[in-house]
Structures are given as structure tokens and as C-alpha cells.
Write a protein that binds this ligand. Structure first.
Ligand code: ZN
Length: 374
């Protein structure tokens, strides 16, 4: 089965799913409804073709996924803001929004500086302590790489103890399981998602691990003796390393080769920490998110699943992309009926909030509890 091309991310009490230039954020609101917001995201590579080339596309994709991740995370957190926030007037809210944007900018900068300090500079400095014992530069860089991976491992272990993060990791599991479900040719139902694997090759956790392995290789070639320059070169190389790592994960997502499967293993183990088994309510949210951006029935038909191949036939060239073949614009007919109405526009330009009120019901909820690993 060919890759669905869907990417996703867990947010606060919800899941973001992205397909081509459309993305949806589905959130379980405090009153237990599922709210789905559909929006479009035009990649910068549409404007500057350079970013369609290998390595370059990875650098851009890395930055864009961080930006979109922050944006959707903030959106989802909005459902769980304090009561006093809600009581504010429009004017107060606009003021608050400005303040929030500044705060968010500062938070991002702080987080980036902290991440560079902990995961780039610190392993280098610690490995320097071994300099008297180990004379081989290559071996020293291996030590540095191992320290980096251990720090990352420790960081994940630490945050996974937090209650809120636990739930985010459960939604992360729901996101993977939902994508795996359709990529294994199964109908998108709660029961089928439940028995799908929570490990996925195209995952951010795997990506980070690959970044660390690739960086060890790159850092071997930094030959200068000047300490600050060695640190600076490490930081400057981050985009290149991210770009190369992206190519690997892209390959891993498509390839069926044994070698790629073996190389993907450590990343999948690491996902054991960042994903948890979701409950059925979370799975419903993930399904709602996928259905807003992806016509899985058409995808299954295109991939020869008999039941749907008969009903839908082979689709046009654009496949399951949800776009009209002639215009390239999102095809409204492909958006599931119940997600199309009712819609209402909210404040920010171009942002459509689709409200879904009914809870998902049906025979799929009465599935068995067996956990089948794929
Ligand atoms: Zn993931």
C-alpha cells in the first residue's frame, strides 16, 4: 500500500492532521464535543522553488512543522483557558492576544536557545572531558553522540511523567494508529484503529533520533581547534543535518527494504516513550481530524481494496488528495457531508471553524479489546 502522505501531531486534547496543503485540528472540548477546524497551509516552497529540492525541502519542512505545530497547539490550548479569560470583552481579548503573541515569541526563542544549549553544546562540552582519555577524534564524536542521545532520552523520560504530557502522548498514539489503520487497508473505525500499531516510521520522534545520528557523522568533519568556532559550526550545521535527516525519514516512509527497516528500529523504540495507548474517545478525535482532510474510502479504492474499488472506481490523477483534478483547489464534495455544515466564520481571516456536535456512534464502538501489533 502506498503511503497516504498524511502527517499529524498531537495537540492539547486533540489531533492535528495535515494532507497536502490542508490541515485539520480536532479537539475534544471541555463539554465533550469534538470540534474540527479546517484550514489551508501554503508551503513557502510554492513561492520559492529552491525548497522543493532534496535537503532544502527538509530544512523548510522542519521549520514549517515547528510553526504549524506551535500554531495548532496554541489553538487547542484556547479551549482550556481559564474562566476569567472567557469573560473578557472583545477589546480586552485583542489586547491579550497581542500580549500572548509577544509571550509566545519569547517562549519560542527561549526554548530554541535552551534546546541548543542542552542538546548541542552540553554533549560537546561533556565529551571534551574525555579528551585526555580518548585521542581518536572519531571515537570522541561517537561519545558526544551517545551523550546527546542519552540526554534526549532522559528529557523524554522526564516530561513523560507529567500528567498533561501523558495525555498528549496518548493522542500521539491515536494519531499514529489512525494513519496506520488506513495505510494497512482497513476501514477507518474505532475498532480498527484500536488494533493498529502505535508506531509509525514518519514520526517526529524518529526524526529527532536520526538527526542525532546524522549530526555525529557531520561533527567528525569539524576540524578546527578553536573552541567557540567548534560550537558555532555545530549550530550552523543544524539546518543541513535536518535536511539530510528528512531525506532519510522520507525514504524510510516509502521503502520496504530490510536495511531501512533495521535503521528505523531505534526510532520506533523511542516512540514507545512518546506514544501511549489512547482511549476510544481520543481515537474518535483522531478519526474526525483525518476525515476532514482525507478521503480514506477513495484512498482504499485507489489501493485496490475491493469493497471501495467497486463503489468509487479509480480516482483521477490527484488520487486521495482531496483536490479537484481540474482546479487543484480543495474539492468540497470530498469533505464528508457532516463536516461541511454547519460552518461559521470566526474572527481571523480565512479561518473556518467547523462544528461537529454529535458524538460518534455505531457498531464500531463494540469492537474487541485485543491489541494486534502490525
Ligand atoms: Zn509521531
Amino acid at each position: 500500500m502506498k503511503s497516504s502522505g498524511i502527517g499529524g501531531q498531537a495537540v492539547i486534547e486533540g489531533v492535528m492532521m495535515k494532507n497536502q496543503n490542508q490541515y485539520a485540528v480536532a479537539v475534544r472540548t471541555p463539554d465533550q464535543k469534538i470540534e474540527v477546524k479546517l484550514d489551508t497551509y501554503t508551503s513557502f516552497s510554492e513561492k520559492v522553488k529552491l525548497f522543493k529540492l532534496p535537503v532544502f525541502r527538509g530544512v523548510l519542512s522542519f521549520i514549517e512543522s515547528l510553526v504549524l505545530g506551535m500554531k495548532t497547539l496554541t489553538y487547542s490550548a484556547g479551549f482550556y483557558e481559564e474562566e476569567e479569560e472567557k469573560a473578557k470583552t472583545q477589546e480586552e481579548k485583542a489586547k491579550q492576544e497581542k500580549k500572548d503573541n509577544v509571550m509566545m515569541g519569547a517562549t519560542v526563542v527561549f526554548a530554541v536557545v535552551l534546546a541548543i544549549g542542552i542538546f548541542i553544546v552540553l554533549p560537546f562540552l561533556i565529551s571534551g572531558l574525555f579528551g585526555k582519555l580518548i585521542t581518536s577524534q572519531i571515537l570522541l564524536r561517537v561519545v558526544e553522540g551517545v551523550i546527546r542521545i542519552l540526554l534526549f532520552f532522559g528529557y523524554i523520560l522526564l516530561i513523560s511523567q507529567m500528567k498533561d504530557i501523558k495525555r498528549v502522548f496518548m493522542y500521539h498514539g491515536a494519531e499514529h494508529k489512525t494513519i496506520n489503520c488506513i495505510e494497512h487497508g482497513l476501514d477507518l473505525t474505532v475498532a480498527n484503529v484500536r488494533k493498529s500499531s502505535k508506531e509509525h516510521r514518519r514520526c517526529g520522534t524518529s526524526f529527532m533520533l536520526i538527526v542525532m545520528v546524522v549530526s555525529a557523522v557531520f561533527f567528525v568533519f569539524i576540524n578546527t581547534e578553536i573552541l567557540w568556532l567548534r560550537i558555532l559550526l555545530r549550530i550552523l550545521l543544524i539546518p543541513v543535518i535536518a535536511g539530510v535527516s528528512y531525506e532519510f525519514i522520507r525514504l524510510a516512509g516509502r521503502s520496504d527494504s530490510k536495511l531501512v527497516a533495521v535503521l528505523s528500529k531505534p526510532g520506533l523504540w523511542m516512540q514507545g516513550l512518546t506514544t501511549r495507548e489512547p482511549d476510544d474517545e481520543m481515537i474518535e478525535v483522531a478519526i474526525a481530524s483525518v476525515e476532514a482532510v482525507f478521503d480514506w474510502r477513495q484512498y482504499l479504492a485507489d489501493n485496490g481494496v475491493k469493497k471501495y474499488a467497486k463503489k468509487f472506481g479509480k480516482s483521477d490523477k490527484t488520487g486521495a488528495s482531496g483536490k479537484s483534478a481540474s482546479t487543484g483547489k480543495p474539492d468540497r464534495r470530498r469533505i464528508p457531508e457532516r463536516l461541511r455544515t454547519p460552518q461559521r466564520r470566526i474572527g481571523m481571516a480565512g479561518m473556518v471553524r467547523t462544528v461537529r456536535t454529535e458524538r460518534m456512534q455505531g457498531p464500531e464502538l463494540s469492537g474487541t479489546d485485543e491489541k494486534m501489533r502490525r
